[in-house]
Design a protein around this ligand. Sequence first.
Ligand code: ZN
Length: 407
Amino acid sequence: MRSWSSPEVPSLDALGLGRGPALTIHDSASKGAVTSDPEGAARLYVCGITPYDATHLGHASTYLAFDLLQRVWLDRGLDVTYTQNVTDVDDPLLERATATGIDWVELAERETQLFRDDMTALRVLAPAAYVGAVESIDLVVDLIDTLEAAGAVYRVDDDLYFDVHADAAFGTVSGFDEQTMLQIFPERGGDPDRPGKKHPLDCLLWLAERPGEPSWETRLGRGRPGWHIECAAIALHHLGTAFDVQGGGSDLVFPHHEMSASEATVATHEPFARAYVHAGMVGYDGEKMSKSKGNLVLVSKLRAEGRDPMAIRLALLAHHYRSDWEWFGGEIDGAEARLAAWRTAVARPTGPSGQDLVAAVRAAMADDLDAPAALAAVDAWAAGSGDDAEAGATARTAIDALLGVLL
Ligand code: ZN
């Protein structure tokens, strides 16, 4: 699938400012900070959208978090390999297509394109491999075969299930106890009560053809992939095992990331990812912003209202990626004021030390992507005065490279 075009990330090293510090990031699995400083190259997988509705601020906030993470790695001098999927066939998409009378393929293509446009406007770094579920069906079938050979697959009617207890480490990504898992599983696409399953938490690998739904002819029979195996197959194929970071919103930690990791581990006998990084949820009207609740603030709508995409980006950056926060609407005005102040500040003939600003922003971002601290450092720099004639140019480049904001 076609990705979108990435903005160029300027090199601070090329300006004589050296390389940034190693990234320290919160890992959900170990419930603590880990250093992510691989030698030479870093590999990232972020779970993508199910394209049945337009990009809302919750999505934008999640993908922005992983854009920031890559910027720290890039500033460190690493080559970054980034893969993201698109769940372009799944129940929510098909249900929306049926409800609106739009062909599911057309709906998926339209919403995926809107997502690309929103990501481009917000200057979010694009994955090198942007991969759909439909185009990955062969990969999924291969991985299910491997799991079957490992004795981790069983049949319920014509559907295939993964035996989660084939993985001794099942549960270590989320750290949830079984009671919590059983409570969350049905809320996030699971089917604990289906008769014929060996264990309520076992998850669907392959859904046999259903009347009126799309399906593909494979050696498993006609059907379509489950959600978790889709990401496991795409990530393993494009990144290999033990890649550096598996990312997504915090609502993906269980069952999605737990299941993908278990499936991959049983198939490869290797860890799936080295760290599991999760972005917080954005609320609106007192609830988590989500398609199913219908309380969405759309990036495309803000853009259509004439809001500067860099102000939208700054409004999101004002919140730490791991925090859950609520959008009230007025944030965008504050962000526009901040953007204007920064633009004025970088245009001054002299200012406070640009080098000190770079050090402060680098330190904030390398410390678990503390964007609010980085914004405060830029605010302080913009409000100060000094005799550094290079300050404006240095600040402009650093703000572009590390925060992705084009002034
Ligand atoms: Zn995923």
